[in-house]
Design a binder for this molecule. Structure first.
Ligand code: TRP
Ligand code: ZN
Length: 881
C-alpha cells in the first residue's frame, strides 16, 4: 500500500494496519569513506488474522539489496523480489517469530537530498522523518510500526571518534585497523522515522540533570570542532525545557542520556529522534557577536520543541502521517506555552499570531489550502506546513480555552496515560478531552477537518434605557481549494466589556449564545448575546488573545477602537486594535498609490501608535511590537486582490516616514533611554530594550538619513544592534555609499562564519528594489554560496521569494523567472527544499493582472517540465489548480 514514489495520492480512507509486526531491529552500520554497509536483522511476526500467504512488502528508496536471509539461511531467488523501491518476500512463516537479515550498501556522500544517511562537513548523520529510513534499509517505513532497536556502529576512530544512536549507550571497543565500534540500545518501541545515528569528529558540551524523581541524566550538545563554546545557551534552554515539562505537564525524561547534535546541512529546523535530537546548527550555535535576540529566541523555541516531542510524538506517536498535527500542533502549542512562561506571555502571543497570519493565513486562503488533518497527500514532505504546525497549535489552544486550564491538564494526563507506547489518532486525542472535560467536542472537531479561515462578524447595539448590550455574531467559512466542508464551527471568543475607567465591567449574559466566564461559544451561523446591567455603553473588546484563528470583522467606530487602544486591560487586544487600524490605513493608502490618488494617513491613527510607543506603563518589548507595523506581504494579504507590490511599498514607506516625523521626539527619547551600552545579556527584558531602541532608530532614519545607523553599525557591541543598523542601511539607503560600505564591511568581518553570512545574504536578497533580482543573481556565484546547503538556498533564494514582494513580483516577470530557474537547479539537488521555496508562488492569484499572468505563465512552464520531482510537481500543480 502507501506508495508515494510515483506521486500517487495516498488517502486516509485506505489506511489499514500492516500484515506483519516488527518486534526488534538489530542493525549494524559500517561506515567507510565513500560507502556505508548496513545489515539489518528484523525479528518479525505475521499479524494474527492476516492471510497466511500474504507476502511481506518492505519500502525502499534508491536501495540495492546485497544480502537476504530468513532465520540465517539465504532466501531462495523465487521467494523474493528486490527493486530500489521495494523488497517483497513470500513464503514466510504463518505464525511465530522469524528473523530476516537484510544487507544494503549506500553512498552517504552522494545523498544530496539530505534524507536518510548522509554526510555533512564530514559528519555522518541521518534524517528519517518522514520517509528517510527506507533510504538506509528496506523496512515497513511507516509510523505505526513500533520496534525496539539495537544499533552497532563501526567506523574509523580518527574520522569518527564519536559514535551515537538512539537510546542508552552499550558496549564499545576496538576493532583493530584503526576502527572501533559502539552499541546503542533503545528500550522504547519507536517508529523508524525516529531512528538516528551520528558519527564524526565532534566537540561536546556535557552537563548532568536530575529529573523530578531523582534520576540522573547526562545531557550533551555535540558540535563541529571548535564550536562547543557556542552551545551554552542551547544547553541552558534544554535544562529549562526539561524542568518546565516536569512542572507544567508532569512529564519526565526517560533515558540515561539526552543528546543534541548540531549539523550544518539540514533540511528543516531540527528533528526529535529518540534521545538523539539532530539540529540545524542555526538552532544551536550562538554567541552575542554572531547571533541576534531573534536567534536566541529561536534556539530556545526549537530546543524546547524537539525536547517536548519526547512525549508528544515519541512516547505517543502518529498512527499514520495524516495525524501529523497530533504531534506537531500539540508540540508547537507546548513550546509556545513554554516561551510564554519564560518570557512575556503577551509578547509571545503577539509573535505567534504574527507568524500565524504571515504563514498560515495565506496558505489557508490560497491554492495550497488543506485542513489541519489532511485526508490525502501526494508527497508527505509538503505537509509539514504552517497549517499543520501553527493552526494545529491554535486548535489545541482552543481546546484549552473551551475546557479551562484544569480540565485541559486532566485531558493531557489521560492522553499520556492511555496512549503511552502507542501510535494514536486525532480521534483518540479528542476523546481524552471529551472525557476529562465532560464535554461534547463533535462540532469542535471540524477545526481538524474543514480548511479555511472563518470570518466572524460582530455588530453591537446598546440600549441606555434597559442598560443592555446586544452583540450580533455571524460566522462564515468560504469554500476553498481543499474542497472540505463549510459547516458552522464551534468558535470560542474570549471577550471583555470595557468601561470608560479602563476596567472590565461586570455583565450578565441574559440571553443568546452560551457565555462561560469571559468566553462566548459561537456555534451557529448567526447568534446574538444580550448582556444586562451595564451602567454605561461598554467598549467591546473581542477575540482577546486571539482565542480563535479567524478573521474578525468588527462593526466598531474608529473612536471606539482608538479608545480601546488606550483603555483595554487586555494588552494583546491593544496591540491588535492598533494593528487593525494601521492595517486598514495601509490598505487604503496602497489602493490610492495604485490609482495615482493622494496618500494621507489619519493623524488620529498615527498619533495613537506613537502614544502607545511613548507609554512607559508598557514594557519595551510590547512597545516594540506595536511599532513593528504590518509588512508588505501582510498588507498584500489583507488587500486580497489586484495587488501591486510597488504601490504597497510606496504606501508602507510613506507611513514609516509620517510616523518618523510625527514621533521624532518620542523616538529620540526612546533611543536615549534604551540604546544599550553595557554587557550583552540575552534575557527577554534586555532584548526588549534593544528592540525598541532599534525600531526607534529605524523611524528616525526615515527622517534623518543613514548617519545614525552607520554609526550604530560600526560601533555595535552585539549582533542584534549591528544587524538592525545593517538592515536599515541596506533596505532604506541601498543606493547610498553608507550601504555599500556596510555591505563590504559585513562580509569582511564575518567571511568565515557561514551562519552570519546567511544574514548578509538575506538582508541583500530582501532589499525592496527591482534591481535586487540582479543582485541576487550575482550573489549566486559568490564563493560563500552554494545551492547544496539548505540554509544558503533558503537565505538567498528562499528569502528573496518569500520576503521581497517588490522584486520577486517585479512587473516585467524577471523575479518570477529567476526563481523558477533556481527551483529547477535546486530540484535536481534537493527536491524538498525546492518544493518549500516554490510555495512562495501561492498567492499569485491576488496580484494585479499583469503580474498574475507572469506568475501563472512561470508556474505553467514549470509544470510542463517532465523532470520535476514529485515534491516540486505537487506544489506547482496545486498552486495552479
Ligand atoms: N519533526 C520535525 C519537527 O518539527 C520536523 C522535521 C525535521 C522534518 N526534519 C524534517 C520533517 C525533514 C520532514 C523532513 O520537529
Ligand atoms: Zn515538531
Amino acid at each position: 500500500m502507501l506508495d508515494t514514489d510515483q506521486g500517487q495520492t495516498v488517502r486516509l480512507d485506505d489506511y489499514r494496519p500492516t500484515d506483519f509486526l516488527i518486534h526488534l531491529v538489530d542493525m549494524t552500520v559500517r561506515l567507510f569513506e565513500g560507502r556505508a554497509e548496513i545489515e539489518t536483522r528484523l525479528t518479525l511476526e505475521r499479524r494474527t488474522g492476516t492471510a497466511p500467504d500474504a507476502p511481506l512488502v518492505l519500502d525502499g528508496d534508491e536501495l540495492t539489496l546485497e544480502r537476504l536471509e530468513l532465520d540465517g539461511t539465504p532466501v531462495a531467488a523465487d521467494c523474493y523480489e528486490a527493486s530500489p523501491d521495494h523488497l517483497t518476500v513470500s513464503g514466510l512463516p504463518e505464525s511465530g517469530h522469524f528473523t530476516l537479515s537484510i544487507g544494503t550498501a549506500i553512498v552517504p556522500e552522494n545523498n544530496t537530498k539530505l534524507m536518510g544517511l548522509y554526510r555533512s562537513n564530514g559528519i555522518w548523520c541521518t534524517q528519517c522523518e518522514a520517509e528517510g529510513f527506507r533510504r538506509i534499509t528496506y523496512f515497513l517505513d511507516r509510523p505505526d510500526v513500533l520496534a525496539t532497536y539495537r544499533v552497532r556502529l563501526e567506523a574509523d576512530r580518527r574520522a569518527a571518534p564519536i559514535l551515537l544512536s538512539n537510546g542508552n549507550p552499550g558496549e564499545t571497543g576496538d576493532l583493530g585497523n584503526g576502527r572501533h565500534f559502539a552499541v546503542w540500545n533503545d528500550p522504547f518501541p519507536k517508529p523508524s522515522y525516529l531512528f538516528a545515528l551520528v558519527a564524526g569528529a565532534l566537540d561536546v558540551l556535557k552537563e548532568p540533570f536530575e529529573t523530578m524523581s531523582g534520576r540522573e541524566v547526562e545531557l550533551a550538545v555535540y558540535t563541529e570542532r571548535g564550536m562547543a563554546s557556542r552551545a551554552t545557551y542551547a544547553m541552558d534552554a534544554l535544562k529549562r525545557s526539561m524542568r518546565w515539562d516536569e512542572r507544567r505537564f508532569g512529564r519526565e525524561y526517560d533515558l540515561d542520556v539526552f543528546s543534541i547534535v548540531a549539523i550544518s546541512d539540514f533540511n528543516m529546523g531540527a528533528m526529535e529522534n529518540k534521545g538523539l535530537n539532530i539540529f540545524n546548527h542555526k538552532y544551536v550555535l550562538l554567541d552575542p557577536d554572531v547571533a541576534t535576540d531573534g536567534d536566541y529566541a529561536g534556539v530556545e523555541t526549537v530546543i524546547a520543541h524537539e525536547y517536548f516531542h519526547n512525549w508528544t510524538g515519541n512516547r505517543i506517536t502518529c498512527r499514520n502521517w495524516f495525524q501529523l498535527c497530533l504531534k506537531e500542533g500539540l508540540t508547537v502549542y507546548r513550546d509556545q506555552e513554554f516561551s510564554a512562561d519564560e518570557r512575556s506571555p503577551t509578547v509571545k502571543r503577539i509573535s505567534s499570531v504574527r507568524t500565524l497570519k504571515a504563514l498560515q493565513f495565506p496558505e489557508d486562503q490560497g491554492p495550497l489550502q488543506h485542513p489541519v488533518r489532511p485526508s490525502q497527500y501526494r508527497e508527505i514532505n509538503n505537509f509539514y506546513t504552517a497549517t499543520v504546525y501553527d493552526k494545529g497549535a491554535e486548535v489545541v489552544r482552543m481546546i484549552a480555552t473551551v475546557l479551562g486550564r484544569d480540565a485541559f491538564r486532566r485531558g493531557m494526563d489521560l492522553y499520556f496515560d492511555r496512549h503511552d507506547g502507542e501510535a494514536a489518532t486525532i480521534e483518540d486525542f479528542i476523546l481524552c478531552f471529551e472525557e476529562a472535560g465532560g464535554v461534547d467536542l463533535t462540532q469542535f472537531a471540524l477545526w481538524y477537518h474543514q480548511a479555511g479561515t472563518p470570518t466572524v462578524s460582530v455588530s453591537e447595539s446598546y440600549d441606555p434605557d434597559t442598560r443592555r448590550l446586544t452583540l450580533s455574531l455571524r460566522q462564515e467559512l468560504a469554500a476553498g481549494a481543499a474542497g472540505t466542508g463549510t459547516a458552522p464551527m464551534h468558535i470560542p471568543l474570549r471577550f471583555g466589556l470595557v468601561g470608560s475607567n479602563g476596567e472590565d465591567m461586570d455583565a450578565t449574559a441574559e440571553a443568546g449564545a452560551e457565555v462561560e466566564g469571559d468566553v462566548i461559544h459561537l456555534r451557529e451561523p448567526e447568534e446574538t448575546v444580550v448582556f444586562g446591567g451595564l451602567a454605561e455603553r461598554p467598549l467591546v473588546s473581542m477575540l482577546r488573545d486571539f482565542s480563535a484563528p479567524v478573521t474578525l470583522k468588527m462593526d466598531q467606530s474608529e473612536a471606539d477602537r482608538l479608545a480601546l487602544a488606550r483603555l483595554d486591560p487586555n494588552a494583546f487586544n491593544r496591540w491588535r486594535v492598533l494593528t487593525d487600524l494601521i492595517g486598514g490605513a495601509l490598505q487604503e493608502a496602497s489602493r490610492n498609490a495604485q490609482s495615482g490618488g493622494q496618500i494621507r494617513f489619519d493623524p488620529l491613527i498615527t498619533d495613537a501608535v506613537i502614544a502607545a510607543a511613548a507609554d512607559d506603563g508598557f514594557d519595551p518589548s510590547f512597545r516594540a511590537q506595536i511599532l513593528s507595523l504590518p509588512g508588505e506581504s501582510e498588507i498584500a494579504r489583507m488587500l486580497g486582490e489586484n495587488v501591486d507590490p510597488d504601490a504597497v511599498h510606496t504606501a508602507r514607506t510613506l507611513l514609516d516616514r509620517t510616523i518618523g516625523e510625527k514621533g521624532r521626539t518620542v523616538f529620540e527619547r526612546l533611543r536615549q533611554e534604551f540604546a544599550t551600552g553595557g554587557a550583552f545579556s540575552p534575557d527577554a527584558e534586555s532584548a526588549g530594550r534593544r528592540a525598541i531602541s532599534n525600531v526607534a532608530l529605524d523611524f528616525l532614519s526615515t527622517v534623518d538619513g543613514p548617519a545614525a545607523a552607520s554609526r550604530q553599525y560600526a560601533g555595535a557591541r552585539n549582533m542584534t544592534d549591528r544587524m538592525a543598523a545593517f538592515s536599515i542601511l541596506v533596505h532604506r539607503f541601498g543606493h547610498e555609499p553608507e550601504a555599500r560600505v556596510a555591505v563590504s564591511d559585513f562580509f569582511e568581518r564575518y567571511s568565515t562564519d557561514e551562519l552570519v553570512l546567511d544574514k548578509w545574504f538575506t538582508i541583500q536578497a530582501t532589499a525592496p528594489h527591482g534591481e535586487t533580482v540582479e543582485t541576487v543573481n550575482v550573489l549566486m556565484s559568490h564563493p560563500a554560496f552554494t545551492l547544496k546547503n539548505p540554509n544558503r538556498a533558503r537565505t538567498l533564494i528562499g528569502a528573496f521569494a518569500a520576503a521581497n514582494q517588490v522584486a520577486f513580483h517585479r512587473a516585467d516577470g524577471a523575479g518570477h523567472r529567476f526563481v523558477a530557474d533556481r527551483l529547477l537547479e535546486l530540484d535536481a539537488i534537493n527536491p524538498q527544499i525546492a518544493a518549500r521555496i516554490a510555495t512562495s508562488f501561492r498567492s499569485w492569484r491576488s496580484l494585479e493582472p499583469a503580474r498574475r499572468e507572469s506568475a501563472r505563465e512561470t508556474l505553467a512552464k514549470l509544470s510542463e517540465d517532465k523532470a520535476l520531482s514529485v515534491d516540486l510537481r505537487d506544489i506547482v500543480d496545486r498552486s495552479l489548480r
